[in-house]
Structures are given as structure tokens and as C-alpha cells.
Design a protein around this ligand. Structure first.
Ligand code: C2E
Ligand code: CA
Ligand code: CA
Length: 789
């Protein structure tokens, strides 16, 4: 690196560091002080050097600080070039001994510097949208400056002295200063907060104007051509300050955009305007008085100030009308945006109270409507509607179909509810209908209408779906708040679901009581699991061809100490709901495998265990079954799992997981039976594809009473179909010898029921098998039935 390069990079670093402007000022100060005593040639040479340095400062500032807007600075650079060039020319002329006289090209170049500085200030202060306002303000300042310039400079020193005779150009400077001053004032007023650079520029302008005035006064009073030392130092300071302004880091700072603040009413601006408006007449009055006293008053003395004052008034009117136009525009804009805001507000409140999918009112809306209805003497009825098996539609056909179904259902409900009721979607597949002023009887009719409307098949996205709904009914007469009503209706809805779906259930205090009982039951059951209070009973299953016991069904009993045994129908639903069925079912499975292992070893008896959907959906179900088998020593082939049809239907994650577990276990030799067959979906077509081995024909099909003939036909069909699909059949609920005989002729494989034996504890079941060993089974059947009943 050469010394020059090193110096350059050192210089740039100093500028970047941000204190170069200060060194620039400090470095120029000695010259500034010495300037006053220099001879004319040296003075001009000093100006030339300072102007060139200031120009270099501008270029350096531009290179280092990289301002976004550069026009103003290029104008400053151009001004400095003009200043430097003309001063250099004068310096040479002085050295030649031929001081300039009259107006020369060099003078013109020097005047150009003033105009360029004025233009630079205008560019720096440019305000975009409010440029016009800025120019008008500048015009007001200019007019006032003209008045002052005339009254205090031109009139006394030039006009009243009988014209300009010295041949000096001194008079031109104050006039040119008018432009600079005007733009400077505009910058001071316009820029959104003055930066350090702005302040330095304004100081430069102030120094320049002051020096020019001093010079003008001095020359017009017959002073030296080059002017007094004070003005010499002032001009030098002008260059130094401009250079420093360019070197200051804030030269790149963006002036705050004030385009949004054209309508200003700050006290500062008001005071400035007032002063500007007052100066014209005051100064003119002063000039009149002065010239009248001196006795040389003529109209020309005040013509210019009066014209300038009039111009100020005109400019102010323009400025005011501009402002008022702006205010009007703002007012119109404000009005428009208020209107838009009102529309938006309405849309938002609609969104907040409506459901996006169906466009129906949402839960919040219903809550409000409910609160309103409850304040009336005749509040009406709330229905809460939930689709049955909606999850399966979602799982099997996908969410788009589910959404389309919800929209179709919303349409149907809207039709059925009519204009009097408020239909809302509470979320998911849950809807609510508020029927204001509707009493018990009317509500019951409306409910039946809704159930019927939903039963009709719905065509969505190419599927024909059969949906039904469960409805909870809450009469509002005795209710106090919307939250209570919604929770009561929900309770009634759950009761309708439990009661078998596709029906309605009305809220009743007993529902709440039974819910409390359920909660208490769940808590007690939680404590019973894993203790001896959970007992497994076994009911024999008999081969209809040989008449021998082939298996037992494990049926759980809850025997709290000191109380009557509780039957599964009274606690299995609560166990399912609460998830307790998972540990409970595991206990039954392990006990059943343990008990059956001995029976299987001695009598070849198998065991069938009921499995709930919750258990089968567990990720580790198959592993738990395998563990129960290996811990008990029972072979897989001796275990049958009983499931219900619904568990394997659909394509949802639960059905898939369940099918995977069963396929896995069947691989080991475990068999699967479909329990209560004929009561659920009963679509025989799907049976072929499922991992099952046995159909247990529900006991409601047992031939009895008047429609025995019909029942027999149904059982014959089921048995035939099952055999076609290579599935074994077990008839449940065989209570009489006649039924057993009919089943035998229909070709049913096995039977289970009171006719063969009631569920009994393990020890009695052991005794039963031991007894059968001694006596032929066929003979023991009747005696057993008698013993158990
Ligand atoms: P299920 O699986 O259909 O069991 C047969 C039910 O019918 C048993 O009632 C049984 O006592 C009864 N039953 C047997 N023979 C006859 C008959 O000839 N006539 C009549 N009317 N009924 C007969 P239980 O033991 O009260 O069980 C009720 C239900 O509880 C069972 O129905 C089963 O779904 C469920 N359950 C029982 N134990 C368990 C268990 O360990 N786990 C699970 N998940 N569910 C179980
Ligand atoms: Ca069963
Ligand atoms: Ca059954």
C-alpha cells in the first residue's frame, strides 16, 4: 500500500467514524482567522482553496455516507466548483495587477454559485406531495425579505444616494441572498426535525447572508472593494460549514416524511406566519416615516414594499385555500374510511356469530339468543341434535364428504325448522334448534319431524348416505341461564344416544341424578378393578350335534363386599365411557385364560371372552392377549374373542387398528366371534372380508311366541349364509328344549342359554364339568337347568 492509499483509506475511515466534519471545521479555522489580514490575491486564493475543499468534502460525504437522495449534494458540489473557479480567476487577476471592473464572466460564475446553493437547499427540503405548499411558504418569506431588503438596504444606500455608481457588484449579493434565504427558511420550516447536517447548512447560509449585508453596507458607504475583514472571515466560514455539513453522517439521514402533515397548526408555524404578515406593513410604515422626516419621500420608496406585501397576502390566500382543499379531501377520506370500517365491523361480527362451513349461527349466537329467550315469559324449547355415526362417514369417505354431509344436513334442518326457529351449528356434527315460545306438545311434534327429515337418505359427492340423529330436548320454562340449558340438553342428547340413537330424549332432573350416579359408579369401579371384587362367571356353550360342552363364555360380575352383585349391563356402559373397560377387560381376559387352562387340559373346553371397542383400539391389545395366553398356558386355539359388528366397519384408524390386531391373533390360532349378530349393521356382504370365524346369533332371533315362524326363517337364512362363508354359528339365549330342537334341525352348530346352564362362578363350573364326566351330558341338561333356576 502506498502512502497515498494509506492516507486515503485513513481519511475515509475517519469520515466513516463520523467526526471528520469536526476536524474539517477545526482544520480550516486558522485560515479563517488569518483571512482577514491577507491581501486581495491571497484572499481570493484562500476562497478558491476552501471552496474546493468543501466540494471535496461533499464528494467524500456522498461516497462514504451514501445518501438516498443525492440531487441536493450534487448541486452543492456544483456551487462549490463555481465558487472555487471564480475565486481562482480573481486571484490570478489580482496577481496580474488587473482587478476586475464591471460585470464579467467570472462574476456571472460567482452569481451562479448563489443560485446553485438556493437550488440545493430547495432539493434538500423537497417535501414530495406538499411541494406546492413549500413553495408558497418560501414565496411568503421571499416577499418579506424583499420588503426588508428594500427598506433597510437598497432604499437607503442605493435609491436615496441617487443610484448605484461605484460599479461594484456588491448590490447583487443581497439580492441573490434573497433566494438562498427563502430556501433556507423553507428548509427550516419544512424538514421534519432538523438534522445536524441541516443545522450546519443553515448556519452556512446565515453566515453568508450576514457577510454579504456587511459587505454591501460597507461598499455602499464607500468601503474597500474587498470588504471588511469580518465579511472575509464570514465567507470563508460559509465554505467550511458547507463542507462540514456534507461530511457529517446525518447527511444521509432520511428526513421524516411529512407529506401526511401538510395541514399544520403548530404554534411555531402560526407565530412565523404572523410575524411574516406583520413585517411588510410595519417595515413599509417605518420607511414612510423615515423618508417623510428626511423630506425626500416619493412613491417609488414604498411602491416595492407595498407590492411585496400585497404579494404576501395573495400567497397566504393561496396557501390557505390549498390547506382548506386538503382539509376537505381529508374529511372525505375520513368519511370513506369510516364507512369502510362500518362494513368491516359488520362482516366481522357476522363471522364471530356464524359458522364458516354451513353459514348457520354458531354457539355464541345460540347462547345470546337463549339469554334473550330466557328473559321472555314464554321462553320455548331448545333441541340439541347430534348425528349418529358421523365419525364413520368421515373415516370411510373422507373429510370432504363429511363436510358436504354437514352442509346437506344443515339444509334439511333449515327447511324443517322454518322461519320461527333459530338453527345453529354448535361444532362438529352437533346442531341446536331454539324454538321460542314452543311448549312441550309442539316441541315433541317438531322433534319427530326433524328425525323423519334426517332419516331420508342424503346424496353427497356421489355417495348415498343414511344418517339418523339423536336429539336432546330441554324445555326452557324452568331454566335460568344459557350455559345450564346447553349442558342439560347435552345430557338429554347423551341419554338418547345411550337409549339406542335415532330418537329424542327430554331433559329431566332424573337424568342429572343418574349422571351423578354414573360418576359415582365410575369412581367405585376404579377402586374395584384389580381386587377380588371383580369376579368372572362362566356360561357353558354346547355342541348341538354331540350334545357335549365345547366352551364357556366369560361374563364379568362386580361383587362389592356386603352388597348384591352388580350385573354388567349396569356398569359396562360407564366403564366404556370412562375408559375403565381397558384395565377391567384385561383382568377378565387374564382370569378367564387362567381358569380355562385347567378345563381345556382336562375336558378340551375352550373359553370365549367379550372384548370392547376401546380395548381393541389400544395399540398393545394383541400383545396383551399373547401375554395372557403364555402366562396361563392356555393354547391360542382354545381362546375365542367376542366382538360386535360395528367395531370393524369403516376405514377409520380405530377400525384399521382393530382389524390388524384380530388378523394378527388369528394367525396364532385365536378365533373371533361376532357377538349379537343381527342387531347391528347386518350387512352380510362385508362378513367375507373380515377376520372372523364364528357368528353368535342374537337371542332376539330365538323362536318364541306368535312370530316364531318368521324367527325360524330368519335363523335358517343366517345359518345358511354363515355356512356359505365357512363361519360356525352359535345360537344365544336358548331357554327351552323346543328351541334347542328347532336349532338342531336348522343346522346351527352350537347353543348357549339357560336351557344348558346359567353363568356360574369358576368352582361351580368345574363341578359342572366333573359331573358331566360321570353322567352323559344329554341327561344332565334338564337337571342342570332346574338346579340353576
Ligand atoms: P352378551 O355377550 O350377549 O352375553 C350374554 C348375556 O345374555 C349374558 O348377560 C347372559 O347372562 C345372558 N344370557 C345367557 N343365556 C341367556 C338366556 O337363555 N336367556 C336370557 N334372557 N339371557 C341369557 P350378562 O352376563 O348380564 O352380560 C350382559 C352383557 O354384558 C354381555 O352380553 C356382554 O355384552 C357384556 N359383558 C359381560 N361380561 C363382559 C366382559 O367381560 N367384557 C365386556 N366387554 N363385556 C361384557
Ligand atoms: Ca358375548
Ligand atoms: Ca351376545
Amino acid at each position: 500500500m502506498t502512502i497515498l492509499q494509506r492516507a486515503r483509506s485513513g481519511l475515509l475511515d475517519a469520515v466513516r467514524a463520523g467526526d471528520a466534519w469536526w476536524w474539517f471545521l477545526l482544520g480550516g479555522t486558522p485560515l479563517l482567522i488569518a483571512g482577514a489580514w491577507l491581501g486581495p490575491a491571497a484572499q481570493e486564493a484562500a476562497y478558491a482553496v476552501l471552496a474546493a475543499l468543501a466540494g471535496a468534502g461533499v464528494l467524500t460525504g456522498l461516497a462514504v455516507h451514501r445518501p438516498a437522495r443525492t440531487t441536493g449534494w450534487w448541486l452543492v458540489a456544483a456551487a462549490m466548483t463555481c465558487g472555487s473557479a471564480s475565486s481562482a480567476a480573481w486571484s490570478l487577476a489580482f496577481l496580474d495587477g488587473s482587478p476586475p471592473g464591471g460585470l464579467t464572466v467570472v462574476d456571472a460564475v460567482y452569481f451562479a454559485m448563489y443560485l446553485l446553493v438556493a437550488a440545493a437547499l430547495a432539493a434538500v427540503a423537497s417535501r414530495g406531495a406538499s411541494a406546492l405548499a413549500g413553495m408558497v411558504e418560501a414565496g411568503v418569506v421571499a416577499c418579506t425579505a424583499i420588503v426588508l431588503g428594500w427598506v433597510f438596504l437598497i432604499d437607503p444606500f442605493v435609491n436615496d444616494n441617487g443610484g448605484w455608481t461605484s460599479g461594484s457588484t456588491a448590490v447583487a449579493y443581497p439580492l441573490l441572498d434573497l433566494f438562498i434565504l427563502t430556501m433556507a427558511v423553507r428548509l427550516a420550516v419544512a424538514a421534519g426535525g432538523l438534522t445536524r447536517t441541516h443545522v450546519l447548512m443553515l448556519l452556512a447560509v446565515a453566515t453568508m447572508v450576514a457577510s454579504d449585508i456587511v459587505y454591501f453596507v460597507s461598499v455602499s458607504s464607500g468601503g474597500a472593494w474587498s470588504g471588511p475583514g469580518v465579511s472575509v472571515s464570514g465567507w470563508m466560514l460559509f465554505y467550511l460549514l458547507l463542507g462540514a455539513a456534507a461530511l457529517h453522517p446525518s447527511m444521509a439521514a432520511r428526513t421524516a416524511d411529512r407529506s401526511g402533515q401538510e395541514v399544520r397548526s403548530s404554534r411555531r408555524v402560526t407565530a412565523l406566519y404572523t410575524a411574516l404578515v406583520a413585517i411588510g406593513p410595519l417595515a413599509t410604515a417605518y420607511a414612510c416615516r423615515r423618508d417623510l422626516r428626511a423630506g425626500d419621500f416619493d412613491l417609488a420608496d414604498v411602491a416595492l414594499p407595498l407590492a411585496a406585501t400585497a404579494a404576501t397576502a395573495v400567497l397566504l390566500v393561496i396557501r390557505l385555500s390549498h390547506t382548506s382543499a386538503l382539509v376537505n379531501r381529508r374529511a372525505a377520506e375520513l368519511e370513506q374510511s369510516l364507512a369502510e370500517q362500518a362494513v368491516l365491523q359488520e362482516r366481522m361480527s357476522h363471522l364471530a356469530l356464524h359458522d364458516a362451513l354451513t353459514g348457520l349461527p354458531n354457539r355464541l349466537h345460540v347462547e345470546r339468543s337463549l339469554d334473550e329467550a330466557l328473559r321472555r315469559p314464554d321462553p320455548g324449547t331448545l333441541l340439541m341434535i347430534d348425528l349418529d355415526g358421523f365419525q364413520q362417514v368421515n373415516d370411510s369417505f373422507g373429510h370432504p364428504t363429511g363436510d358436504a354431509l354437514l352442509q346437506a344436513v344443515a339444509g334439511r334442518l333449515t327447511e324443517a325448522v322454518g322461519a320461527e326457529g333459530v338453527l345453529a351449528r354448535l361444532g362438529g356434527d352437533e346442531f341446536a334448534v331454539l324454538l321460542p315460545g314452543v311448549g312441550h306438545a309442539e316441541a315433541a311434534a317438531a322433534v319427530q319431524e326433524l328425525l323423519a327429515a334426517l332419516r331420508r337418505p342424503v346424496a353427497v359427492l356421489g355417495h348415498r348416505l343414511h344418517v339418523t340423529a339423536s336429539i336432546g330436548v330441554r324445555n326452557l320454562a324452568s331454566a335460568s341461564g344459557s350455559a345450564e340449558v346447553l349442558s342439560d340438553a347435552d345430557m338429554a342428547l347423551n341419554a338418547a344416544k345411550r337409549a339406542g340413537r335415532d330418537r329424542a330424549e327430554a331433559y329431566d332432573v332424573r337424568l342429572r341424578e343418574s349422571q351423578l350416579r354414573r360418576i359415582a359408579t365410575v369412581e367405585r369401579l376404579r377402586g374395584a378393578i384389580g381386587t377380588g371384587d371383580i369376579v368372572v362367571h362362566y356360561q357353558p356353550i354346547v355342541s348341538l350335534t354331540t350334545g357335549r360342552f365345547t366352551a364357556v363364555e366369560a361374563l364379568v360380575r362386580w361383587c362389592p363386599p356386603g352388597a348384591a352383585p352388580i350385573m354388567p349391563d349396569d356398569f359396562i356402559p360407564a366403564a366404556e365411557d370412562s375408559g375403565l373397560i381397558v384395565p377391567l377387560g384385561e383382568q377378565v381376559l387374564r382370569d378367564a385364560c387362567r381358569d380355562a387352562a385347567g378345563w381345556h387340559a382336562r375336558y378340551g373346553i375352550g373359553v370365549t371372552v367379550n372384548v370392547s371397542p376401546r380395548q381393541l383400539a389400544e395399540p398393545h391389545f394383541a400383545a396383551k392377549v399373547r401375554a395372557a395366553l403364555s402366562d396361563s398356558g392356555l393354547p391360542a386355539a382354545a381362546l375365542i374373542l367376542e366382538i360386535t359388528e360395528g367395531m370393524l366397519i369403516g376405514a377409520g384408524p380405530h377400525a384399521r387398528q382393530s382389524i390388524a390386531h384380530l388378523a394378527d391373533l388369528r394367525h396364532d390360532g385365536v378365533r373371533v366371534a361376532v357377538d349379537d349378530f343381527g342387531t347391528g349393521y347386518s350387512s352380510l356382504a362385508y362378513l367375507r372380508d373380515l377376520p372372523i370365524d364364528i357368528l353368535k346369533i342374537d337371542r332376539s332371533f330365538m323362536p318364541a311366541g306368535d312370530d316364531a315362524g318368521e324367527q325360524v326363517a330368519l335363523v335358517r337364512t343366517i345359518v345358511g349364509l354363515a355356512h356359505d362363508l365357512r363361519l360356525a354359528t352359535v345360537a344365544e339365549g336358548v331357554e327351552t328344549l323346543e328351541q334347542a330342537a328347532v336349532l338342531q334341525t336348522l343346522g346351527c352348530d352350537k347353543g348357549q342359554g339357560w336351557h344348558y346352564g346359567r353363568p356360574a362362578p369358576a368352582d361351580r363350573t368345574t363341578a359342572l364339568f366333573a359331573g358331566e364326566e360321570l353322567q352323559p351330558v344329554t341327561a344332565s341338561r334338564e337337571s342342570l337347568a332346574h338346579r340353576r333356576s
